[in-house]
Design a protein. Structure first.
Length: 114
């Protein structure tokens, strides 16, 4: 079995520092034109698998608890939750709430408590 050859990529730095910064990370403009809430999220550099546990029993319970503890200390938690509710995120922990908890919040928002 032969391995495919690895592709070599050459990256050159731009003489314009502003252009280099624009390419370094994508921008997510917020409503006020500034950078998105995602740039300030406590989970930004964490493994996303933590926030998308498989199941709700066994080891997944510990992952859910850990993910929610990250959310508890996050300064943009309300924005994250609003995003998840507004875009109907069906999976994962967003703003400290799992998918079942967010479905309940959406029902309450629509006036259907049960």
């Amino acid at each position: 079995m032969t391995r495919p050859q690895e592709e070599v990529v050459t990256v050159t730095a731009s003489p314009d520092p502003a252009a280099q910064q624009r390419r370094a990370r994508p921008e997510y403009p917020g409503r006020d034109g500034r950078t998105s809430w995602r740039d300030a999220a406590a989970c930004r550099f964490l493994d996303t698998d933590l926030f998308f546990p498989i199941g709700k029993a066994g080891l997944a319970l510990a992952e859910i608890k850990e993910a929610k503890s990250v959310c508890e200390r996050c300064q943009v938690r309300p924005s994250c939750l609003a995003f998840a509710l507004d875009t109907h995120q069906g999976y994962g922990i967003w703003g400290g709430y799992d998918e079942d908890e967010r479905r309940l919040l959406l029902r309450q928002r629509r006036g259907n408590p049960g």
